[in-house]
Design a protein around this ligand. Sequence first.
Ligand code: SF4
Length: 233
Amino acid sequence: MENIFVHIRRRLEWMKELGLNVWLETTETASSDSSSKEVELKRLADEISVCRKCRLGSLRKNAVFGTGNPNADLVFIGEAPGATEDETGLPFVGAAGNLLTQELGKHGISRDEVFICNILKCRPPNNRDPLPDEIASCEPYLLRQLDLLNPRLLCGLGRFAVMTLLKRPISIMKIRGTWQSYHGIPLFVCLHPAAVLHQPQNRQLFSADIAALARAYRERHDRLPEVKEANLI
Ligand code: SF4
């Protein structure tokens, strides 16, 4: 918790150094705002945990709200929980999650620094594609989540997630690595790490996409040290 407040203060101090007219809050005020946001996120997570707005609510073991920094500037959005996520209640765990964590780590980005969630909060049976009425029921939760998190950047992971966010058919191989927009927030399009595990020939593309995303994130985020070239693939 303390790290979050230190992070906020550091960013405000940096903006002041740049000559921007910001009001540097007292630590107590910043702490209060941050904790109220966490309270609101917890309320939303509690609401989702008992949701039965679509059929998936009666099939899940655990709803998967998402995890990460409530003050994250970057939010990753996948399609829906899989079997391990349903078991644990956590997003992007297992081999695919490890691959994403590993690639972010190459650029000095930890999962604690960002936020990771899915469009659907409950697992579709046998990992089938979410149905239109399930998306219509669940996407408002994502919008409320983003409203609270207020990130500067989004990253859509995989064809189905990006297609759902953009509301149009896409070819993931054609638009991966590009910037789109979701409700006015810049949305970076990336391959899904699980798909990359199934098609290892796309591993280099995935690495390149995460590298491009990390550069954009650093430009908008703060003056954290750049990763040395030797650490990049
Ligand atoms: S998938 Fe979304 S809308 Fe459907 S039951 Fe789960 S939380 Fe509710």
